[in-house]
Design a protein around this ligand. Structure first.
Ligand code: ATP
Ligand code: MG
Length: 417
C-alpha cells in the first residue's frame, strides 16, 4: 500500500475523552474512530490488526477440532426466558419489538442460541463430542463504556461451545481449550496469567480467566511471587495457599474466559441425547470466550513506548514500512519503489511515498508501530547503503542496497515480536 493513497489519518493529539494509553494510541494511530460512546468504526489499519488476531484464533481453534459457525445476532427474548437468564441480563441486553410484534434482542452472548441449535440436531451419543465456535459481534448496553474498544457496547467476541456425553469428556475439551488459549495469547505477543475465576452469571463448576497485566485494567488479581498461583482479588485471599507467600495485587484486563457449564443450559433448554443403553441424558457443555476486539487494546497496553505502538510481528497491520526520506530525489524514489515491488509479493509492505519532511515521517512511523522500517536517505545511498531499523529496540543495521532484500527477509523471519 502506498501511504499517499491510504486511508491513514494520524493525529498529533488524542481527543481529551480518551483516558487509557491504548485508547489514545488507537485514535492517534488511525486504528479506530468513535461513532457514539461505546461504538467504534475500524479504519483500515485497525481492521487489519483485527483480522490478524481473528486468523490466529481461527488457526488455533481449528487445530483443536472445533468447527466454525456463524449464529444470528438477532435472538428471540423467549429463549432467554426459558433459560432463566432474561431477568439476570437486565438492561445490559438490548431489547426491542419488531413490526410483527416479535420480542427480540441483540445477542450479548450465545449459550441459548447454540444450545437450541444443537438440541435439534444431536440425538445420540454417537454424534458427540462436538465443539462449535464463531467470531461475531456482540451487543451489550454497558453501564460504563470505557477505554475505547476495551469496554464497548458493540464488540467482537470469539465464543466456542463444547458438547460432551459426560464430565470426563468435557474435562478433556476444557484442557484442550486451555492449551489453545495459551498459544493464542502468546502469538498475540502478550504476557498473561490465568486464574481460577468465579462462575458469575454463567454458572457451572470450573472456570478460568485469562488476564493481561495493564495499568488501565478494570479487574484485579492477586498473584503469588513464588509460584504461578493467581486468583481474582474479590476472594479476599492474602496469602498463597500453596507456598504461604504474601500475595501481590495486580491490575489486569480480562481477555478470555473458559467455563465448564455442565448441564445448566442443556437441562433448562432440554438438549438431551440417548446414551449407549438408550437412556436419555442432558448434554454436558463448556463455553470458551475471547474478547477479540478488546485484545487489540490489551496488546497495545503491553507493547508501546513514548512514541507510539510497537506491534508484535504476527498482529501488525504491515510487516514492513519503507521510508524514502526525500521523494524529490530520483534515485531514492526509484530504490524505494523497486524494493516495494520486490518485497510486496512476500510481505505486507507500506511505502511512505508522501512529500513530507523526514521528521514527520519518522513520527508517524513510530506512532503506527510497524515492526521493521527501511530507511532510504541520501547520505547512505551515496555509499550504496540503506538502513533497516527495528521499531522495538531501535537497532539500526546499514546494508548494501543490493543485499537489502535478503537482509530484510532475514530480519522478518526472526519471530521476536
Ligand atoms: P467483563 O467482566 O469484562 O464485563 P464478561 O465476564 O462479562 O466481561 P464474558 O461474557 O466472559 O465477559 O465475555 C468473553 C470475553 O469478551 C471477555 O473475557 C472479554 O474479553 C470480552 N468482553 C466482554 N465484555 C466486553 C465489552 N463490553 N467490550 C469488549 N470486550 C468485552
Ligand atoms: Mg468473563
Amino acid at each position: 500500500m502506498l501511504w499517499s493513497e491510504s486511508f491513514i489519518h494520524t493525529l498529533k493529539e488524542a481527543p481529551e475523552a480518551a483516558e487509557s494509553i491504548s485508547h489514545k494510541l488507537m485514535l492517534r494511530a488511525s486504528l479506530i474512530r468513535m461513532l457514539v460512546s461505546g461504538v467504534y468504526s475500524y479504519l483500515p489499519l485497525g481492521f487489519k490488526v483485527l483480522k490478524n488476531i481473528e486468523n490466529i484464533i481461527r488457526e488455533e481453534m481449528d487445530k483443536t477440532g472445533a468447527q466454525e459457525v456463524l449464529l444470528p445476532g438477532l435472538q428471540p427474548q423467549e429463549l432467554w426466558v426459558k433459560s432463566g437468564r432474561d431477568e439476570q441480563m437486565g438492561e445490559t441486553m438490548i431489547r426491542f419489538t419488531d413490526r410483527r410484534g416479535r420480542k427480540l434482542c441483540l445477542g450479548p452472548t450465545h449459550e441459548e442460541v447454540i444450545t437450541d441449535l444443537v438440541k435439534n440436531q444431536v440425538r445420540s451419543y454417537r454424534q458427540l463430542p462436538v465443539t462449535l465456535y464463531q467470531i461475531q459481534t456482540k451487543y451489550r448496553d454497558e453501564l460504563r463504556p470505557r477505554f475505547g474498544v476495551m469496554r464497548a457496547c458493540e464488540f467482537i467476541m470469539k465464543d466456542a461451545y463444547s458438547f460432551d456425553v459426560d464430565e470426563n469428556s468435557l474435562d478433556k475439551n476444557y484442557r484442550k481449550m486451555f492449551a489453545a488459549y495459551e498459544t493464542i495469547f502468546k502469538r498475540c505477543g502478550l504476557s498473561f496469567l490465568s486464574t481460577q475465576a468465579d462462575c458469575g452469571v454463567m454458572g457451572g463448576s470450573e472456570s478460568c480467566e485469562f488476564m493481561v497485566e495493564a495499568l488501565s485494567g478494570e479487574d484485579r488479581v492477586v498473584v503469588c511471587p513464588g509460584c504461578n498461583f493467581a486468583k481474582t482479588a474479590e476472594d479476599g485471599l492474602t496469602n498463597c495457599p500453596n507456598c504461604k507467600n504474601k500475595l501481590e495485587t495486580k491490575t489486569v484486563i480480562e481477555v478470555g474466559h473458559i467455563f465448564k457449564l455442565g448441564t445448566k443450559y442443556s437441562k433448562t433448554l432440554e438438549a438431551v441425547f440417548a446414551g449407549k443403553s438408550g437412556e436419555i441424558r442432558p448434554i454436558v457443555m463448556g463455553c470458551y470466550g475471547i474478547g477479540v476486539s478488546r485484545l487489540i487494546a490489551a496488546i497495545i497496553e503491553q507493547n508501546y513506548d513514548k512514541n507510539g505502538i510497537i506491534w508484535p510481528r504476527e498482529v501488525s497491520p504491515y510487516d514492513l514500512l519503507i521510508i524514502p526520506l526525500n521523494m524529490e530525489h530520483s534515485r531514492i524514489k526509484e530504490l524505494a519503489f523497486k524494493l516495494y515491488e520486490d518485497l510486496s509479493g512476500e510481505f505486507n509492505v507500506l511505502l511512505d511515498d508522501r512529500d513530507e519532511r523526514p521528521g514527520a515521517k519518522f513520527k508517524d512511523a513510530d506512532l503506527i508501530g510497524i515492526p521493521v522500517k527501511i530507511i532510504i536517505g541520501e547520505k547512505n545511498l551515496d555509499e550504496g547503503k540503506l538502513e533497516i531499523v527495528k521499531r522495538r529496540d531501535n537497532i539500526i543495521v546499514a546494508v548494501g542496497k543490493d543485499s537489502a532484500a535478503a537482509q530484510i527477509r532475514k530480519t522478518l523471519e526472526v519471530r521476536d515480536g
